[in-house]
Ligand binder design. Structure first.
Ligand code: ZN
Length: 196
């Protein structure tokens, strides 16, 4: 965040919903001690309702969960609201976009996975651009449309043009070489250009 990002996005993987296992509440707790800035936890776990409490306790400001994974997404949204958290909903690239419809009015953020969730360093799926545009048309002005996966200075403008308003990047920030702050600046400039 000191390097210019607006939100710290933490990918939590359980090795069940996605093949890899990474990040737990302990990491969120450690990050919470390092920053006052917004921490968004992206739960790629098989049973988000049972996992949520520990991430709330760890200090998450918002939780983004997979519609495929929650038995009762509306219940989870209510639970997060009661705890005062921001709410995001997301879906895998193969999940029909219609599965989000009834929940869209209830959330702060809709996140489009532009790679298969589960590991970093994959390439952006250009066939997700139609989905971004479809969702952009359904969101209110106060809702965020985020993209997650393969976001680089090349793909960010495409996503921005389709209607994305938040750009989540891992590799392009941390593994692109050079300075992290400069990498974030380059992404922001590219996204702004795409929107124009
Ligand atoms: Zn993520």
């Amino acid at each position: 965040l000191a390097a210019g990002a607006e939100v710290l996005h933490v990918d939590v993987m359980d090795g069940v919903f996605v093949p890899n296992e990474a990040m737990g509440p302990d990491i969120v707790c450690a990050l919470r001690e390092m920053t006052d800035g917004p921490l968004d936890v992206h739960l790629m776990v098989a049973d988000p309702i049972s996992q949520t409490k520990q991430f709330i306790q760890a200090g998450a400001d918002s939780i983004t969960f997979h519609v495929e994974a929650a038995d009762d997404p509306a219940e989870l949204i209510t639970m997060l609201r009661r705890a005062g958290l921001g709410v995001g909903i997301t879906l895998k690239p193969g999940t029909p976009v219609e599965s989000l419809a009834e929940f869209i009015p209830l959330v702060d953020q809709v996140l489009v996975m532009t790679v298969e969730p589960g590991k970093g360093g994959q390439s952006f799926m250009p066939n997700m651009l139609d989905r971004i545009a479809t969702l952009a048309a359904q969101l209110r002005d106060d809702q965020v449309l985020a993209v997650d996966g393969g976001i680089t200075p090349t793909t960010a403008p495409l996503a921005a043009k389709a209607g994305a308003t938040m750009f989540i990047a891992g590799s392009a920030v941390f593994s692109a070489g050079g300075d992290i702050a400069a990498n974030i600046d380059a992404l922001r400039a590219a996204a702004t250009e795409g929107r124009a």
